[in-house]
Write a protein that binds this ligand. Structure first.
Ligand SMILES: NC(=O)NC(NC(N)=O)C(=O)[O-]
Length: 324
């Protein structure tokens, strides 16, 4: 089975995903389903409704039926698998769940979505309590929303919807951040990620703290750390933002950027350049043909909060992916 959990969570609040509707949220709000951080639990904490849970939890059903929650993907795309994570729900997890998806353009509300033509991606399947429940998805179409059904009721901590981001090219300006995860940019390799995953550099918004970025361990050799980014589409890169915000005693001393063409040629976009700690730098890049990947070298090691690569993407490629 493909390890789809390494792909971004399209539903994540970090991309702007959210809950459009849920039929019941008596014990705990469905909004918890899309929170980016793992669920936590504090036993023997009670509010007016009961034990407090970090998840979506419905009341005990006394009549036939089932419960559901509809989630808007923060980044629409192709779903490779879902995780119905029941962390900390032990005596109250749903024994079964199913997941459906739909592609509706624009900004549909709960009523329009209720009447939409949904496709079942995960048939009604049994769940384990207090555990990750992974279901691969084979359908390779693009989706904008998912619906989680739980049978008959209970609690789910998180719904992770892993896949490839497929942005709508009609809504992309001529020059945009082609490294951005929200448009399909992705780190495909790196030398070291001891303290922080490099994918975080591509997430929307400013880094909140030093934990919200890429950080390598201290190098004790003469080499340097690097990360390889696959761009949203082949692009001519214009500007790079190398943001060392929050990295004060551990910013890299220097950085360089290399573009890699579809044929594998390497082009210097930014020669080795000195960086300052805790600084959002912007650099103009050398004129170069279209590249599909970019490698960021940092010297010798350290941390980077955000990496943005502003460029003009190949529209044909973006449209081909959208239509696929
Ligand atoms: N102890 C519980 O978790 N009870 C109930 N749930 C909450 N949140 O209190 C329940 O019935 O599932």
């Amino acid at each position: 089975m493909e390890d789809f959990t390494a792909l971004p969570d399209l539903a994540s609040r970090a991309f702007g995903g959210g809950v459009v509707s849920a039929n019941d949220e008596f014990f705990a709000a469905a909004d918890h389903l899309v929170l980016p951080h793992p669920a936590g639990h504090a036993p023997r904490t009670f509010d007016h409704k009961g034990q407090v849970y970090d998840g979506w939890e419905t009341r005990r059903r006394r009549e036939p039926g089932h419960d559901f929650a509809v989630v808007r993907l923060g980044a629409p795309g192709v779903i490779h698998g879902v995780d119905v994570d029941t962390a900390f729900f032990t005596g109250n997890y749903p024994p079964h769940a199913s997941v459906e998806a739909v592609e509706v353009p624009g900004y549909p509300g709960p009523d329009e979505l209720a009447g939409a033509k949904w496709t079942e991606l995960v048939p009604r399947s049994s769940l384990q309590g207090d555990s990750s429940n992974l279901f691969p998805v084979a359908d390779r179409r693009r989706w904008t929303h998912v619906r989680l059904r739980i049978f008959p009721d209970g609690g789910v901590a998180r719904l992770r919807v892993h896949g490839e981001v497929v942005p709508d090219p009609a809504l992309l300006p001529k020059v945009f951040d082609v490294a951005a995860a929200e448009y399909g940019g992705r780190v495909v390799d790196c030398s070291n990620m001891f303290y922080g995953n490099p994918q975080r550099m591509l997430m929307p918004g400013l880094a909140r703290n030093m934990g919200d970025g890429w950080e390598t361990s201290r190098r004790r050799d003469n080499a340097n750390d690097w990360v390889l980014v696959q761009l949203a589409a082949a692009a001519r890169l214009r500007f790079a933002d190398l943001d060392t915000s929050h990295f004060k005693g551990n910013a890299p001393g220097w950085a360089a950027l290399t573009g890699i063409t579809a044929e594998g040629d390497q082009l210097e976009l930014l020669p080795r350049t000195a960086l300052r700690p805790d600084t959002p730098h912007r650099f103009r890049l050398r004129k170069a043909p279209e590249v599909t990947h970019a490698r960021l070298d940092i010297f010798p090691d350290g941390g980077m909060a955000r990496l943005r690569l502003h460029g003009r993407a190949d529209r044909e490629q973006l449209w081909a992916r959208m239509r696929r």
